[in-house]
Write a protein that binds this ligand. Structure first.
Ligand SMILES: *Cc1c(COP(=O)(O)O)cnc(C)c1O
Length: 467
């Protein structure tokens, strides 16, 4: 008891700690208020430690150093760059598409300056923010009109709410998808105020199923790209052209939610053919919805393209105001779309396409060049082998398609407790200044190098690995 009381008395006051060399340096760097708040925390931690009979910093300098450490931790941004070595190129949990330099420049400029966002520079009158990307979207998709919102989930919500509020939406049971992050078609439909009318079965839906469901209560027919799965075997789906014809005959609209949506034929890069937005428009959908930050390679956004009078109705919906995008993303979107005017140079300019198109030979050569240094850094207890891998596109685009890739399989030489050692290694890699994110597969930690474009920063970062 008396020992405790002594220990408490030895603790400095906030003011004393602030006047210490470390305290003054922290105040200079982080500001006086923040430093005082942190000193209070350090002092109360020390008091608690004394109560628990643990060792605690005692003098003013030690308390100030502890406070500075806390401030340092808090100053690390929580939105941090990581090395995505998961093998999934468009990784939703790691922020999806990396933007093109042109998009980054445009966004930065828009952040720094006033921009003609809703201002028509030709006549000096109020303009419309969608006009900034409408022309490009129409040109690249062949649609009559286009609009942009926060993301594709918003595009679907807004479309359903505008065209089918209080009405039925006919959709195949096989297309009632759930996408990660709780995007479930039936829930979105309910929130949009539309009534779900499912037709067909999980594996087979026929034209007559749709035809029988059509009535004067129908708001629209919805076709959804089953982005993240495939039903194989005894299956039947009704293709968009047939649905478009059926919809027209009954004077309702076909809406095609493409999900990822690509603007170019990916087969030129050795990938499977994914329906393009232009194809979906040509197939007769009244509206097509797709994402900005999946295969398209831009910032988060959702696009709705299609018939003029429908887009006009969507733009009049008050929800549109709640779902609109800001100037930063509009600028980045415009710059990204512009790159598609020069498809031959997309591989060079658009990171998403560049990473998807990157050859296995190139990736493997990099892995071989890095192997000795990586192996040395990781130490003798771990074996680092160069292996063939399969990358994935991610974000539900071409879910069964894999891309031949290469990278490292890292495994503990001592098999006893290998699982724990692997988890430890993964955790040490995540604790690096730039966290390295791989995946654990069987008995190895896998680092797929597809998304690693330059070796130097990677090695420099890895050299800081904690023992
Ligand atoms: C990804 C996806 C969505 C949601 O798009 P976000 O841009 O993530 O909001 C909707 N529908 C389909 C078919 C998708 O693949």
């Amino acid at each position: 008891m008396t020992k405790d009381a002594d220990a408490f008395r030895q603790l400095p006051s906030v003011d004393e700690a602030l006047r210490s060399v470390a305290g003054a340096a922290a105040a200079e760097r982080f500001g006086r208020s923040a430093t005082i708040a942190s000193l209070r925390r350090a002092l109360s931690d020390a008091r608690r430690a004394i109560e628990d009979g643990a060792t605690a910093p005692r003098d003013a300098g030690e308390i100030a150093a502890r406070a500075a450490q806390l401030l340092e931790q808090e100053a690390t941004p929580t939105v941090r760059a990581v090395f995505n070595l998961t093998g999934t190129v468009i990784h939703t949990n790691l922020g999806r598409a990396l933007l093109a330099e042109a998009a980054i420049e445009a966004a930065t400029q828009a952040m720094r300056e006033a921009v003609a966002l809703e201002f028509d520079l030709t006549n000096g009158k109020r303009g419309e923010r969608d006009a900034l990307v409408r022309g490009l979207l129409c040109e690249l998709t062949g649609a009559e009109d286009a609009t942009i919102v926060n993301n594709n989930a918003a595009a679907v919500l807004l479309t359903l709410n505008t065209l089918a509020k209080g009405r039925e939406v006919i959709i195949s049971r096989g297309e009632l998808i759930e996408i990660g992050g709780a995007f479930r078609m039936p829930d979105i439909m309910a929130r949009a105020g539309a009534k779900l009318h499912e037709v067909g079965t999980t594996n087979r839906t026929h034209e007559k199923d749709y035809a029988e469901a059509l009535s004067d209560r129908t708001g629209l027919i919805l076709k959804v790209h089953t982005s993240n799965y495939r039903v194989e075997g005894f299956v039947a789906e009704v293709k968009a052209p047939a649905l478009a014809r059926l919809a027209r005959e009954h004077d309702v609209s076909l809406v095609n939610d493409l999900g990822s949506g690509t603007l170019i034929d990916l087969s030129q890069f050795g990938l499977a053919h994914e329906p393009t937005v232009a194809e979906a428009v040509r197939e007769g959908a009244a509206l097509v919805t797709f994402s900005g930050d999946k295969l398209l390679g831009g910032p988060q956004a959702g696009f709705i393209v299609g018939r003029k009078e429908l887009i006009a109705r969507i733009n009049r919906n008050p929800l549109k105001r709640a779902l609109r995008v800001d100037k930063i993303r509009l600028a980045a979107t415009e710059a990204t779309l512009r790159l598609y005017r020069d498809p031959e140079r997309l591989v060079e300019k658009l990171p998403t396409i560049r990473l998807l198109a990157r050859s296995k030979d190139d990736i493997e050569a990099m892995a071989r060049a890095l192997q000795p240094a990586v192996s040395r850094t990781l130490g003798d207890a771990l074996e680092t082998r160069v292996v063939d891998l399969s990358s994935q596109i991610g974000s539900g685009a071409l879910p069964l398609e894999t891309l031949a890739s290469a990278g490292f399989a890292i495994a503990p030489r001592e098999k006893h407790g290998a699982g724990r050692r692997l988890a430890e290694l993964a955790s040490r890699l995540r604790a690096l200044p730039i966290p390295v994110i791989g995946r654990i597969e069987k008995d190895s930690l896998i680092l797929d190098l597809r998304c690693l474009e330059s070796a130097e920063p990677f090695l420099e970062n890895l050299s800081k690995l904690a023992p």
